[in-house]
Design a protein around this ligand. Structure first.
Ligand SMILES: Nc1ncnc2c1ncn2[C@@H]1O[C@H](COP(=O)(O)OP(=O)(O)O)[C@@H](O)[C@H]1O
Ligand SMILES: [Mg+2]
Length: 414
């Protein structure tokens, strides 16, 4: 029997649309000899849908119409299986839609890529591909990620974090930033992606604007020194805690200043047709025309690096992946400060756009092969989990009575 793979995408995220493109690219690239592929669309209002039209990118320009013709489903664990059922269930007849063996989450951004969706599948105890709850959460929180990397001797830029409560005293906040760093500085939401809410400040006035923008999107922001002579290099890693390998390196080239959302996803900048750039890339596109997924983002692949620098990037990418406890495929984005020729890890994308397949092709790993490996890793993770002890037999609940002053003698001594 073929392995039934639910490719889950969408969700309550600012990167919802990018995830639709990434996921449908993957669906087209999966080996249907091996897998029964079940695309599962998670709406922005947290409902899951399956059905014929769900795999067709053209339908996403009219989502209400798409959903009318699709089947809403719920996930149910039943003994050793997890099944998708039609919701609401039929009064008569069978509502079972399909069983699922492995989940392949292809989602981007807060509320989905940050451990939230991973926790949902972990609770159902169904194997899912990619990072677990902790590494997903670390990957989404730029401060927590830096703290772990620093602890592991991996170079990151210094930073400080501020909440919207502190922003009520905005002069004091700005003074604190100025005491710590010389201008220019970068202001970022702590836990978003796709450059949303990020800007550079070169003086007090632009700092005030940068803070206002970032706090529109998030309750917590991060400030760090801006690298003025910047080169950006990205490298993906595939594997798990035991064995992990690095991909080819790419250099995104639109990065004149800050690589913006428009650079990444909008062809020709403002007002251009929407194509997928940094997140989703490559000719194997979901659909055609403006939804081709072909990068409007210019990239040099392989990046023009000396062999020693390429080795350094690839090794640091693997070290980062392992330090954060990642699994599956993730993309690590680096910054080079050209003035000092220094390399820093900027961030990790625990579910990279297009699953970073284009970074593996130069190494002879095709997209279908990459997906095979990611699915194998999900099954390996599940096998290892099953060996762990999750029940601890004791008679601690035997004879327990609850009830305040009347008093059971046992207390929860955690
Ligand atoms: N410290 C920095 N110095 C200079 N440019 C930066 C710095 N941090 C981020 N950038 C620019 O902003 C872009 C987006 O920042 P990043 O931290 O990658 O956020 P996101 O998660 O939104 O992609 C980067 O690709 C880079 O072009
Ligand atoms: Mg980035």
């Amino acid at each position: 029997m073929k392995l039934r793979i639910a490719v889950v995408f969408g969700g309550r995220s600012t990167e919802h649309e990018i995830s639709v493109i990434s996921a449908l690219q993957a669906v087209q690239s999966m080996d249907t000899e091996k897998y029964e592929v079940i695309p599962v669309y998670l709406t922005k209002t947290s409902e899951f849908y399956v059905g014929k039209g769900i795999a067709d990118i053209e339908n996403y320009s009219h989502i209400p119409e798409l959903l009318k013709n699709a089947t809403r489903v719920i996930w149910v664990r039943e003994g050793s299986r997890v099944n998708l059922y039609r919701f609401p269930m039929k009064k008569f007849g069978d509502s079972l839609v399909s069983g699922v063996d492995v989940v392949l989450p292809i989602v981007h951004g807060t509320n989905v890529e940050d451990g939230t969706l991973q926790g949902f599948f972990g609770t159902l105890n169904i194997p899912y591909a990619g990072c677990d709850v902790c590494s997903s959460a670390l990957g989404m929180n730029k401060y927590a990620m830096k703290a772990v990397l620093e602890q592991n001797g991996i170079p990151v830029l210094p930073c400080s974090v501020y909440t919207w409560k502190e922003y009520e005293e905005s002069d004091a906040l700005m003074k604190d930033i100025e005491d710590r760093y010389a201008y220019p500085v970068i202001v970022k939401p702590l836990n978003l992606g796709s450059s949303i809410g990020i800007s550079k400040a070169k003086d007090r006035a632009s700092l005030a604007d940068a803070l206002e923008l970032a706090f529109e999107f998030t309750k917590t922001i991060l400030v760090e020194p801006a690298i003025t002579e910047l080169r950006e290099i990205n490298c993906a890693v595939l594997g798990d805690y035991e064995k992990a390998e690095a991909s080819e390196c790419e250099e995104p080239l639109n990065a004149e200043d800050i690589l913006t959302f428009e650079d990444k996803y909008m062809s020709g900048g403002k007002g251009g047709a929407k194509t997928a750039g940094a997140k989703t890339a490559g000719a194997k596109a979901a659909g055609g025309g403006s939804k081709s997924g072909m990068a409007s983002l210019q990239r040099r692949l392989p990046a023009d690096l000396t062999p020693a620098r390429r080795d350094e990037v690839r090794k640091m990418a693997v070290d980062t992946f392992k330090a954060l406890g990642c699994s599956g495929v993730a993309r690590i984005d680096f910054m080079i400060d050209k003035s000092e020729d220094r390399l820093y890890v900027n961030e990790i994308n625990t579910i990279p756009g297009s699953m970073s397949f284009y970074l593996w092709e130069p190494l002879g790993i095709s997209y279908p092969q990459l997906l095979d490996r990611v699915i194998e890793l999900a099954l390996k993770k599940q096998r290892e989990e099953e060996k762990m002890v999750f029940t601890f037999d004791s008679n601690v609940l035997a004879g327990v009575k609850l009830g305040g002053s009347k008093g059971g003698s046992k207390t929860a001594g955690k």
